[in-house]
Design a protein. Structure first.
Length: 178
């Protein structure tokens, strides 16, 4: 049976039973509610059960940044490649917007909890440092169809994102992205 990425409605997501390993599902729901992200949430579900969900949203300002806002795979469906497939599909979709001249994003951004950083690094993403919240920040210029092709050159825009002093900027900078 082939999997198909499709919209994940709020009511289906919140009906999912949570194990102790699914504590981020509550954060996902709360942030999606607060920021009105549900129209952007897609993922995998089978027979009324959500397996994994993601939300990537483009900023409204220029340059456009694709921000991976949320990603969660329910505990009993982990280690099946679902999150990997969602991130890679989302990244390729972003790239297509740019290649087709649809005004797509120039940059990709992820703020990751430290325990999820290994997953993102396995996709080729690199982190510039730590935010006040303790999360790690990745931002790069989109250069290809895979996150591993991102350009981590410290340009004026990336510098402004890393050290602006605003929410989400860094309180600890690594000597180089890793």
């Amino acid at each position: 049976m082939s999997r198909r990425i499709q919209p994940i409605p709020r009511d289906l997501f919140i009906r999912m039973p949570h194990s102790g390993e699914d504590h981020f599902a509550q954060t996902f729901r709360a942030k999606a509610d607060l920021m009105d992200l549900w129209p952007c949430v897609v993922g995998f579900f089978e027979i009324g059960e959500v397996l994994s969900a993601i939300c990537i949203r483009n900023t409204r300002t220029y340059p456009i940044v694709a921000n991976l806002q949320l990603l969660h795979t329910f505990a009993k469906h982990r280690r099946k490649g679902l999150a990997r497939e969602l991130v890679l599909n989302g990244y390729r979709s972003i790239r297509r917007q740019t290649v087709l001249g649809l005004g797509g994003p120039e940059y990709f951004r992820v703020s990751s909890e430290p325990d999820a950083a290994a997953f993102y690094r396995s996709l080729g993403l690199k982190f510039w440092g730590r935010q006040k919240s303790g999360s790690l920040l990745c931002i790069h210029r989109i250069r290809g169809d895979e996150p591993s092709t991102g350009e981590y050159k410290l340009d004026a825009f990336i510098e402004s994102q890393l050290h602006s002093g605003r929410r989400g900027s860094l309180v600890e900078t690594f000597s180089e992205p890793h």
